[in-house]
Write a protein that binds this ligand. Structure first.
Ligand code: F6R
Length: 237
């Protein structure tokens, strides 16, 4: 665990870890999140000017049924944050297709694509207020693979801010990497910032690992690091 004075420093550190990996392995396979937490990380990565020309990326999740062109699809988010601002090649940017005609087949295809790329060298994670990682909500199986899931009410409420503050517009289902998929990444980096995350960070760091706090599975990963700002760390002993 590392605690930083502010969000900018936390984001910078996350970017430096990825930049270091890319120096060693320019064709590294990066697992990436969306949401508010990683915005500073993407900004720092882009500002560094590091080349992603040979890197491959796989996102954690995507809403089911939302067209890629919708401004709140995770594809659109990634396009704004990273794809359009770096030399990443479009064919190397992977994200589940939430509009696939056969979503179950899409989940299997996605798992296979990760395997074919050689697995994830690093996976960056945010954490939900209820402890979710990707869209693996409390109770999700720890050996789960990429699959279709129902979003928890709490998650839909949290994400309504991106959908005109109208929970009815928030999709009810998503495709997400499973916890089993996540655990196979060679390195995990979980980022959390802000006072709102302090209670879940406390449960994650100080509590017993339990499927009720999906992020607590990080305790079982051999190379997992949690990066916090002081606010997110404020309830830790
Ligand atoms: C997004 C994802 C989610 C978010 C989590 C935190 O791809 O996997 O688990 O990381 O919902 O979201 P923010 O960062 O908006 O607080």
């Amino acid at each position: 665990m590392e605690v930083f004075p502010d969000y900018a420093a936390l984001s910078q550190r996350a970017a430096e870890i990825v930049i270091g990996l890319l120096k060693e392995k320019p064709d590294a396979v990066l697992g990436l999140p969306t949401g508010s937490t990683p915005v500073g990380f993407y900004d720092a990565l882009v500002a560094s000017g590091v080349s992603l020309a040979r890197a491959r990326t796989f996102n954690l999740d995507e809403y089911l049924g939302l067209p890629r062109t919708h401004p709140e699809s995770y594809y659109s988010f990634m396009k704004r944050m990273l794809y359009d601002r770096t030399d990443l090649r479009p064919e190397n940017c992977h994200i589940p297709d939430g509009t696939a005609a056969d979503p179950e087949a899409e989940c299997r295809r996605y798992e296979e694509a990760i395997r074919a790329a050689g697995g994830l060298d690093i996976l960056i994670l945010g954490v939900g207020h209820n402890g979710h990682i990707g869209f693996n909500e409390p109770g999700a199986p720890w050996d789960g693979r990429t699959r279709i899931v129902e979003l928890a009410e709490r998650t839909r409420q949290a994400n309504a801010r991106f959908f005109n503050n109208n929970i009815d517009e928030v999709p009810r289902r998503a495709i997400t990497m499973g916890i089993g998929t996540i655990l196979e990444a060679r390195r995990l980096l979980l980022l959390a910032n802000g006072a709102g995350k302090a209670p879940i960070v406390q449960r994650l760091v100080e509590g017993e690992p339990t499927p009720e706090v999906p992020a607590s599975v990080l305790h079982y990963h051999p190379d997992a690091t949690v990066l916090l700002d002081t606010e997110a760390a404020s309830l830790l002993r």
